[in-house]
Design a protein. Structure first.
Length: 257
């Protein structure tokens, strides 16, 4: 007889890959505060004699709409934009199929699973410290679920770890990926350690692709100091906050095509 607990577990497993909501606390904050400000601005009624106070109420409504708008953009980014950007990034790599791939801050497996789909004899390794404020339901089993649903669970490995001190030998990986992994780092020292580690584990001739919030000029400078050749590849559409990509190659100049 099958265990009822097994049936219960299967019932809660997703039927299709789910890659989570980025910065869920911020989406909730913007949405909640925005809705509250807008409703206050609409519901508060002042006597005509206090018409000079109408302007603050109008501004309150606009502030509410801005908060709701930003929350909506972040939701769109998580549900559509990052999938589109992921596919474009993965397609930009010239795959052989035998690569050793590292996904730093793998979360629920957005990059990890997509890279594993390109492999035949290679292997993709994901590492994360599983911070729930970075990504909703951010835990290793969610990444495994997505890998199973995509049929690549036999090509991946998932580890707990800190990308400021990666548990891998020097020159271990042909491809290193990092998506929305570094924007929460608290200071320049942590960013320096992270970039040094990415450069260390990358093989000569290997490619590193970072997709994160902003221009990433600081990341690029640190990677150049670590001996990599870096190219900024522009912003990615449907991503909010605005997100761009840098490509770094160890030992040779990255292609401009």
């Amino acid at each position: 007889m099958s265990d009822p607990a097994d049936h219960a577990l299967e019932a809660v497993r997703p039927s299709k890959p789910e890659y989570g909501l980025d910065a869920p606390w911020l989406v909730r904050l913007l949405g909640g505060a925005g809705a509250g400000c807008f409703l206050l601005g609409v519901l508060i009624r002042l006597p005509e004699s206090l018409f000079v106070l109408q302007l603050p109420l109008v501004l309150l409504q606009w502030a509410g709409l801005m908060g709701l708008g930003q929350a909506g953009l972040m939701f769109l980014s998580s549900s559509y934009g990052k999938l589109r950007a992921r596919d474009r990034l993965i397609a930009s790599i010239s795959w052989r199929g035998d690569e050793q791939v590292l996904d730093v801050g793998c979360g629920r497996g957005l990059m990890l699973v997509a890279a594993a789909r390109r492999l035949s004899t290679g292997r993709a390794v994901g590492i994360d410290n599983w911070r729930s404020d970075d990504l909703s339901d951010n835990w290793a089993e969610a990444a495994w679920d997505n890998a199973r649903l995509e049929g690549v669970d036999d090509r991946i490995e998932i580890r707990d770890g800190d990308y400021r001190e990666l548990p891998f030998e020097d020159a271990s990986f042909d491809v290193v990926l990092a998506s929305l992994a570094f924007y929460m780092l608290d200071n320049a020292g942590q960013r320096f350690s992270a970039m040094q580690e990415l450069a260390r584990v990358l093989k000569p001739g290997g490619v590193l692709l970072i997709m994160d919030i902003g221009l990433l000029s600081g990341h690029a400078r640190l990677l150049r100091e670590a001996g990599l050749t870096v190219k900024w590849e522009g912003f990615r559409g449907f991503m909010y906050p605005p997100t761009s990509v840098i490509r770094a190659v160890k030992g040779v100049a990255p292609s401009t095509t």
